[in-house]
Design a protein around this ligand. Sequence first.
Ligand SMILES: Nc1ncnc2c1ncn2[C@@H]1O[C@H](COP(=O)(O)OP(=O)(O)OP(=O)(O)O)[C@@H](O)[C@H]1O
Ligand SMILES: [Mg+2]
Length: 370
Amino acid sequence: MKNPFYYGGIVSREYFCNREKEIKELKKDILNGLNILIYAPRRFGKTSLVLHSLEELKEEENLKYIFVDLIGISSKEEFINEYFNAIAQSLKKPIDKVIKFFKSVAKLKPSIKVIVDELGKSRFQLEFSPEKAVETLDEVLDLPLFYAKEDKICVVFDEFQEIEALGIENKLRAKLQHHSNKISYVFMGSKKGILKKMFQDKTRAFYRSVKHFQIKEILEKDWTKFIQEKFEKTGKKIDKNFIKEILSITRGFPYYTQQFAYELWENTEKEVNEEIFQKTLKLIMEREEDLFATEWDNLTTNQKKVLKLIVEKNGQNLYDEKALAKYEIKVGSLRKILQILLDKDIIDKTEDRYYLQDPLFEYWLRQRIY
Ligand SMILES: Nc1ncnc2c1ncn2[C@@H]1O[C@H](COP(=O)(O)OP(=O)(O)OP(=O)(O)O)[C@@H](O)[C@H]1O
Ligand SMILES: [Mg+2]
């Protein structure tokens, strides 16, 4: 029988758990033409949430969307081509029709090249000389406007923080602000430190140009229903307490929770018991071990001390004298190191406590303290 859980790529339909409130709000904002910023840690389910909502809007409201993944983009030219290709793909028309469309709407002087890969999938590229890059960028940025005439449009820039290194932030902002009400832009990414600066720093182009959209962990009651139903439908059983235990380790982080459920299901013939649970936990931790060890090695001694302090004190009362003495940290350097760890997206904080962003990394470290 097929495992009813999945982790790794984007999830939708039967693999998608709840998030109903977020979907409803996001859909409303997109239809209203708002520009939205979504940041959340790695593997938190950002891409899945946004694509799920867009697919629903496509069916219900005939919305058209363009999805651009900016991961790995390292130059203006690459950005132009990635964006152009995303626009072309979203037209969902035969190649000759796509080319005809572009020729009819834009002055695009550069020639359009189509590359077909082994799987028969086509990729659209523009050929232009380096001197024409700025001009071409201008034109490409305005392209979505041409179908915005009749349709509702949403453009998603996934991993938007990558834009920072390309030197096109000002240009992008200047162009996109003229599209307001016609196109809803969704900017998302996992580098909270960088994204916050881009959107909250007064000197930056995108300052205060978006609605900050919060996504939280999926709730215990939603996970419980999701996991229990999937076990039952496939003829297996899991007690609520085990789900509670999973969530106490994964904190409801979508990726890790699905991973845990997936492996637990694999290891279970009829019903989950303590032995199976422990075996699964061990397996998952062994698999992540290398990654966490490398992450740990990349930290300075002081950063390591502060992380231990956070885990030991559960992120609260860090300035407690005894604890500082135990780890030989000075008050002044604690403040600095906390900021560095925040900037590096290793830790985060709520109103009253600090915590490690990655719940399994925190669990791994906890095992090494006590
Ligand atoms: N709503 C959900 N219900 C169940 N599982 C989910 C949900 N959202 C995400 N997941 C799990 O998390 C994994 C990662 O999801 P996704 O790729 O959408 O996250 P992301 O935040 O975009 O990650 P990245 O930072 O790597 O881009 C999925 O493979 C799936 O296992
Ligand atoms: Mg993603």
